[in-house]
Design a binder for this molecule. Structure first.
Ligand SMILES: Cc1cc2nc3c(=O)[nH]c(=O)nc-3n(C[C@H](O)[C@H](O)[C@H](O)COP(=O)(O)O)c2cc1C
Length: 201
């Protein structure tokens, strides 16, 4: 298990181009999505939504608004990893999650008190952060079954939200992730040493 995880971490890299002739099976893609679904989120309210973009014309239009990065149209699957905007305790979505999670009154109140003194902007930022956890898990899950990925923040968000036609009252789109099969072996990886990034206190 430990070795499998390590292998996946070394296999994963931000692939810049995929083999356009190779497609991910629906079984494998569901496995990847499940890793997103099972990810942790603050209060467990799953502040994410995964938009799977398969329309060819849409993908081409997105690539144009994303520095023309070829990982978009050569990918087998492109996921728009969106966050939820209406996350105050009184919002319908949160009420539904509270009921599903069977939250007692005390936790509902804690959530309300916690978000009462936060601005909409702070809450959006908080919500958006959760999506990166799901994104990371999906990429590692993909790597564990030999599937490559690339996280993408390099795009004109307003334009891409319009192209996809997402409801921007309820959702924001901070990142895309493309999945597919690499055409080139990955370059050597550059990382700082643990001693540079870890401080024991
Ligand atoms: C949130 C996020 C956004 C990123 N956006 C892009 C992007 O738009 N285009 C790209 O080619 N790589 C993008 N990357 C990939 C990083 O450049 C890459 O992960 C980093 O250079 C380390 O390389 P590695 O992932 O191959 O180990 C992004 C990574 C993250 C985590």
């Amino acid at each position: 298990m430990r070795n499998d995880f390590e292998k996946a971490m070394h296999f994963r890299h931000a692939a810049k181009r995929f083999d356009p002739n190779k497609t991910i099976s629906s079984e494998d893609f569901t496995f990847i999505l499940e890793a997103g679904r099972l990810s942790p989120s603050s209060f467990g309210v799953e502040q994410w939504h995964f938009f799977i973009i398969r329309d060819k014309a849409m993908l081409e239009a997105i690539q144009e608004k994303a520095w023309n990065q070829p990982q978009i149209t050569t990918a087998s699957e492109l996921i728009g990893v969106a966050y939820r905007k209406k996350v105050r305790s009184s919002d319908d979505y949160i009420q539904k999650e509270f009921d599903m999670l069977k939250f007692p009154e005390v936790v509902r109140n804690l959530y309300r008190d916690w978000n009462d003194y936060r601005s909409d902007e702070e809450l959006e930022c908080w919500s958006s952060r959760q999506t990166y956890i799901a994104a990371a898990n999906m990429m590692t899950a993909a790597a564990s079954i030999g599937i490559d990925s690339c996280p993408i923040e390099g795009f004109d968000r307003d334009a891409v939200e319009k192209i996809i036609g997402i409801d921007t009252i309820h959702f924001g789109l901070p990142q895309l992730i493309s999945f597919g099969y690499r055409v080139k072996e990955q370059q050597s990886r550059h990382r700082s040493e643990l001693s540079d990034i870890v401080t024991y206190i």
